[in-house]
Design a protein around this ligand. Structure first.
Ligand code: NAP
Length: 515
């Protein structure tokens, strides 16, 4: 089966490569690759919605339809939960080693099919192919990481204060896990959760984002080929209209033990409220509003390099994207000029399948409309447009990479997540002022600081109310480190040593008497 697939992929790859080298975008993959599915995946079977309804998946760069998937509802989701619950009764009894071997195989398959998986991401999400490749390596990294983490889950034998009793703790899988994921990392946001759950012995019902179901379904194919048993990983696809009712059922079902969500803080709060009646464990990876602080002593080259990678990755649509540039007054003018230069030199707007593109479209027209509103608000409140400042003529979902100076805290670009290619720069005088500005938000996911002063690196990093702090570094995501936020940016951590897998484990205290 695998050999057959790889022959097919080779043919597809050759054709795709030819088109990309020629600089032409292509959507040939939708016809040729068997990793592109048009059915949902429940209990090891590719199925349609009970209603027969489907919806189209479109390429945000071109508006072209790249696939069609079932538009499922409550009855389909209930069925998937039942199947996952049944599968859990046997899967929880498998050994950690068995589960680890399957996840290692999934890692290998994902890496072997890296190019195809990356193209699926670019087709449905729009991000440039190079970034999509990076996402697959990051996403596959969670298969490998949790294959290793799963084998090191441990309980304890505790020193008992009673001569006739022994005290133990056991770690056990929590049960059926519901997952709801966003479109900005359609592969990695799934593997970061699902591989941890599977390594722990749990089963999964996952609802991917409406815009990016194809990557989720491709993961089903990979997991199936890796030998992950039927009913362990189930994907229910639905459009935006059905998402609230499907989400409500996932939160309220007594058969589901945990809800793991990555997305906006607003939706996270709804899911937490809906989970209260069943006292469901909630793992929440929510929105950010990252400060990017540059002190006068900073290495300017390093700061501009970090700013470019943090701000413009995925066209500004990552939860850890720098959202507020806070620059000390002595270096402010130079920083703005150097960032503008770097933007002119390094950013190229276009279709993510075209060679050389660094800035793809936003996920849809609504997202581009939102960015336009934020920029207009900033302009009306006194921001200067240094670069961009308008919609791009490449297509309706595109927005020009934009640099705004003279930004103040009353503007929408400071108060809310921009989720677009807009860098808003504000000036500060003292370290105290920078910390107060940086912490003056309900979000607390990621923050950045650039300074050449070693004591200041520690002092400010400790003072920032953020779950992740990049010190003289703009890129930090890796399976080895815990990912998650303070305040309204979430609950729990994904990845990291001991953190990510713990979300999917219960602790049992066992007291052995009559000794
Ligand atoms: P979103 O609107 O919250 O959507 C995320 C997911 O929730 C999608 O699958 C969406 O389905 C679903 N959803 C929406 N409303 C729902 C409801 N009432 N009940 C159940 N499910 C519902 O967020 P987004 O715009 O896709 O993603 C961007 C946000 O995610 C940003 O705030 C970003 O910071 C955050 N994010 C956080 C992390 C992290 O690790 N902390 C990582 C990535 C992204 P539909 O697609 O059908 O609407």
């Amino acid at each position: 089966m695998l050999t057959k697939l790889s022959t097919l992929y080779k043919t597809t790859s050759i054709l795709l490569k030819a088109n990309i080298v020629a600089g032409r975008p292509t959507n040939f993959i939708r016809m040729a690759s068997s990793l592109i599915k048009d059915k949902a995946f429940v209990n090891g079977e590719w199925i349609s919605a009970k209603s027969g309804a489907t919806y189209n998946v479109t390429n945000p760069a071109t508006g072209e339809v790249v696939g069609s998937v079932p538009d499922m509802g409550v009855a389909d989701t209930e069925d998937a939960i039942q199947k996952a619950y049944k599968a859990y009764q046997t899967f929880k009894k498998t050994t950690a080693k068995e589960r680890s071997e399957k996840l290692k195989k999934a890692y290998k398959l994902m890496m072997e099919n890296k190019e195809e998986l990356a193209r699926i991401i670019t087709l449905e999400n729009g991000k440039p192919l190079a970034e999509a490749n990076g996402e697959i390596m990051y996403g596959a990294g969670f298969c490998e990481w949790f294959a290793e983490e799963g084998r090191r889950v441990q309980g304890h034998v505790v020193a008992s204060p009673f001569p006739t009793k022994k005290i133990f703790t056991l770690k056990q899988p929590i049960g059926v896990c519901a997952m709801i994921t966003p479109w900005n990392f359609p592969n990695a946001m799934i593997t970061r959760k699902a591989c941890a759950a599977i390594a722990a012995g749990c089963t999964v019902v996952l609802k991917p984002a409406e815009d990016t179901p194809l990557s989720a379904l491709a993961i089903c194919e990979i997991f199936e080929q890796a030998g992950i048993p039927k009913g362990v990983f189930n994907v229910v696809t639905c459009d935006r209209g059905n998402a609230p009712s499907v989400g409500k059922l996932l939160c309220e079902s007594p058969l589901v033990s945990l809800i793991s969500f990555t997305g906006s803080s607003a939706v996270g709060k709804i899911l937490m409220k809906q989970s209260a009646d069943t006292v469901k464990k909630c793992s929440m990876e929510l929105g950010g509003n990252a400060p990017f602080i540059v002190f006068d002593s900073a290495d300017l080259d390093l700061a501009v390099k970090g700013a470019m990678s943090s701000k413009f990755r995925c066209t500004g649509q990552t939860c850890v994207c720098a959202n507020r540039f806070l620059i000390q007054e002595g270096i402010y003018e130079k920083f703005v000029a150097r960032l503008a230069e770097a933007m002119d030199k390094e950013l190229k707007v276009g279709n993510g399948l075209t060679q050389g593109t660094t800035q793809g479209p936003l996920i849809n027209k609504r997202a581009a409309d939102k960015v336009a509103t934020f920029v207009e608000d900033a302009k009306s409140k006194g921001a200067n447009v240094v670069r961009g400042g308008q919609r791009s003529d490449v297509g309706e979902s595109f927005y020009e990479p934009t640099l705004l100076s003279n930004v103040t805290s009353g503007m929408l670009v400071s108060k809310e997540e921009i989720f677009g290619p807009v860098a808003g720069v504000a000036k500060f005088k003292s370290e105290e002022e920078a910390i107060a500005l940086a912490n003056g938000t309900s979000a607390g996911l990621a923050g950045y600081l650039y300074t050449g002063d070693c004591a200041q690196q520690w002092r400010v990093a400790e003072a920032l109310e953020y779950g992740i702090v990049g010190v003289n570094e703009g890129l930090f995501s890796t399976p080895e480190a815990p990912f998650g936020g303070f305040k309204e940016s979430g609950l729990g951590r994904e990845g990291g040593i001991g953190f990510g897998i713990e979300e999917y484990l219960e602790v049992k205290y066992m007291c052995l008497g009559g000794m």
